[in-house]
Design a protein around this ligand. Structure first.
Ligand SMILES: Cc1ncc(COP(=O)(O)O)c(C=O)c1O
Length: 360
């Protein structure tokens, strides 16, 4: 028998289960399980990626300099305060590794993104979940759970899998209530889809506070989940810490080149957003007519309530049988719900047809 033993906490991790990408013995009509951008990557991104093939023997620029400058130009940010990563997942993990350790607490909201408790357990810290109010993060409940052991708070805004968001006033109230030694990580993976006056992605707060970081991704509206590319914007001190901890070549060369091309193709990003602006409310309304309960969502997905675990599971089986792949979210403590991504018009219409067929 091996005498090896992993560091405490690791064996408490229930491994993250990604969305299914195929159905045994069936052609897939629509993969709606991972909130990938409906329109895929821009053709310009694909061309840039193909061109990068000639350079594969070269190490990438370790500091992702050109990409950071392109992100800075696009979003109006200081490139020196951006760090790029292999997906925002990598950066979320690095932030926890940097600021949390054994005995510390990481605070998140009840139905928050699953990687937060996983990252906490991975460093031997204790994940603490604050209860939500009607599937919405509750800032007062979060503040009430801050202790002298709290080191990091992770807030997905908008949140996956609920699709809800916290208003800018409430996020500011959360930050204002924190001691200066607690890092607030605002995970804004779906920010590009949100068009609400009372929402902000986190940029402004990062600029005003020393203990706030925002993470972003190319996996959603830019349709580049397979590329693994994300970035964070933070105060100089946090940027310095993460730059020391990250691997020297954490963002691969094709990802850097493709990321720049994605930012330049504004028409493609706009088309992705428009697709969502049309089909998210449409599907939500149609599901409501069937007596189902989609949670209000500002992301590129809908989480639908079925009233019981059995009905959600039966709906999942039924949709899968039709070649549609939704996401069961029992792992989030929501066994009575299914999450579906807003795909193309054809995919959205197919998914509605699946729901209609099973409601008969
Ligand atoms: C809220 C949230 N944050 C972060 C991520 C990770 O994204 P990525 O690592 O692809 O950038 C996801 C992916 O689904 C997400 O839903």
């Amino acid at each position: 028998m091996s005498g090896l033993s992993p560091r405490p906490g690791i064996m408490k991790i229930a491994p993250y289960v990604p969305g299914k990408d195929s159905i045994d013995g069936k052609p897939t009509i629509a993969k709606l399980s991972s909130n990938e951008g409906a329109l895929g990557a821009s053709p310009k991104v694909m061309a840039a990626y193909a061109k990068a093939a000639a350079e594969l023997h070269r190490y990438p620029d370790g500091a992702s300099e050109r990409l950071r400058r392109a992100i800075g130009r696009h979003y109006g940010l200081d490139a020196a305060r951006i760090v790029c990563g292999a997906g925002s997942d990598e950066l979320l993990n690095l932030l926890v590794r940097a600021y949390c350790g054994p005995g510390d607490e990481l605070l998140y909201s009840q139905f928050g993104f699953l990687m937060y408790p996983i990252n906490a357990l991975g460093v031997g810290a204790t994940p603490v979940a604050a209860p939500e109010n009607d599937y919405r993060a509750d800032v007062d409940a979060m503040l009430a759970r801050v202790t002298d052991k709290t080191r990091v708070i992770c807030l997905a805004n908008p949140n996956n899998p609920t699709g809800s968001y916290v208003t800018k006033d409430d996020v500011r109230r959360l930050q204002a209530g924190l001691p200066s030694n607690v890092l607030l990580v605002i995970d804004a993976a779906y920010a590009e889809y949100v068009s609400r006056n009372d929402y902000e992605s986190g940029v402004e707060l990062v600029d005003q506070a020393e203990n706030v970081v925002m993470t972003r991704t190319f996996s959603k509206i830019y349709g580049m989940g397979g590329m693994r590319l994300g970035w964070m914007y933070g105060p100089a001190g946090v940027v310095d810490v993460i730059s020391r901890l990250r691997q020297p070549f954490n963002v691969n060369l094709p990802a850097q080149i493709a990321g720049i091309a994605a930012l330049e193709d504004i028409a493609h990003t706009d088309a992705s957003r428009t697709n969502n602006d049309i089909w998210l409310p449409w599907l939500s309304a149609e599901l409501g007519k069937l007596g189902l309960k989609p949670l209000p969502s500002v992301g590129n997905f809908l989480t639908v309530g079925f009233g019981s675990r059995e009905r959600a599971s039966a709906a999942n089986d039924w949709l899968m049988n039709d070649g549609l792949i939704p996401r069961m979210i029992a792992g989030y403590g929501m066994p009575e719900h299914l999450r579906i991504t807003i795909g193309t018009e054809a995919e959205v219409r197919e998914s509605l047809a699946g729901f209609v067929a099973q409601s008969k």
